[in-house]
Design a protein around this ligand. Structure first.
Ligand code: IDP
Ligand code: MG
Length: 139
């Protein structure tokens, strides 16, 4: 059903800061079901592919090296209006602009090291979920 799932990553900085558990608790309290979850890591090639849409941006190389700097948690989340509601839960890309009580306001260290990823459309949610999980890993 359209709008039901989104894809998220808990980024290397948040894992390193030991905030993954607190972020997972916020996600559950906000009403998302965790459909799929794994701790993994991105290679340079896979990080470049995941963020290919940003390949011409000045921050691209730094972003790839940040995203490969340690393990991440990959998540598929289910809820009505999952994409929009998750973007609201995490807050603005730049934590300086993120609303009080959002994941990025609470746990981001900088614009790059901003704790979490969230899909920006239903179409990208499906593409990104498939980047990390097989159909049989979605419950
Ligand atoms: P989003 O994660 O809120 O969707 P995007 O614009 O899609 O933001 O950017 C992807 C990621 O690239 C951001 O989450 C952040 O980690 C990083 N990023 C975006 N803009 C900048 C920047 O201007 N400087 C450094 N890193 C950035
Ligand atoms: Mg984005």
């Amino acid at each position: 059903m359209a709008g039901e799932i989104t894809f998220s990553m808990i980024k290397p900085g948040a894992v390193r800061d030991r905030n993954a558990g607190a972020i997972l608790a916020m996600i559950e309290k906000a009403g998302f079901d965790i459909v799929s979850l794994k701790k993994t890591a991105l290679t340079k090639e896979r990080a470049e592919a995941f963020y290919a849409v940003h390949s011409e941006r000045p921050f691209f190389n730094d972003l790839v090296s940040y995203m490969t700097s340690g393990p991440i948690y990959a998540l598929v989340l289910k809820k009505e209006n999952a994409v929009t509601d998750f973007r609201t839960l995490i807050g603005a890309t730049n934590p300086a602009d993120a609303a009080e009580g959002t994941v990025r306001k609470l746990f981001a260290n900088s614009m790059e090291d901003n704790a979490v990823h969230g899909s920006d459309s239903d179409e990208n949610a499906q593409i990104e979920a498939s980047f990390f999980f097989a159909e049989v890993e979605r419950f």
